[in-house]
Design a protein around this ligand. Sequence first.
Ligand code: F6R
Length: 240
Amino acid sequence: MRVLIAKDYDELSEKAFEVMKDIIRSNPYAVLGLATGTTPLGLYRHMIEDHKAHGTSYAHIRTVNLDEYQGLPKNHNQSYAYFMRENLFRHLDIETSNTYIENGTAQDEQAECARYNKLLEELPRDIQLLGLGSNGHIAFNEPRTPFGSQTHVVDLTENTIKDNARLFSDISEVPKKAFTMGIKQIMQAKQILILASGANKADAVYKTVCGKVTEEVPASVLQLHPNCILIADKEAASKL
Ligand code: F6R
């Protein structure tokens, strides 16, 4: 794993954009694995600015997202589908039909997981972007998720529900379950870019980079990926 330390969140976002830009400019047909959450927002802003200033086109780019809350329709303002549309897709020339995410309202959960597994097989990702949970989760793969897991429905931990409550008006509104891409499928991306910002991620960053590879810390599996870059700002890297 290559580790880059940025002086602050702005520099982290710039460095992340350098990595993403190389992929998009060298292959206009690239498949991008994308993430939601607070951490990638700076990177997404750079992608939008670059598209507007330099005309970098996403007309043939396809995207696959990591996860979606169970029970939220795609037009719900806390759904990850909505997040992606508002924070990235609607500002680019990407075709909506080329952006993929789990269907949070699928009635048949198993069929939805199978559909997504098939899609991931058909769309090998050139890069997978990840944020890092303060408990070491990647996507919604919480501690003790088997490294061999594929798309599945998870019960979110108290820790994750608490972390995510800041985006809802009340903690009781945070969904308790989510669809998530599995760890095996994250590892299948050709390249992985994981971002971590802020002191509350310092412990998870330390365990991801220096700890033992264990299902107790899902992100520690990334030590086994042949092409993984972790970018942390100073606060997130403070325990390294
Ligand atoms: C989001 C996701 C989550 C977040 C993680 C960090 O699609 O899969 O694993 O990346 O919870 O979230 P932030 O960036 O909000 O700290």
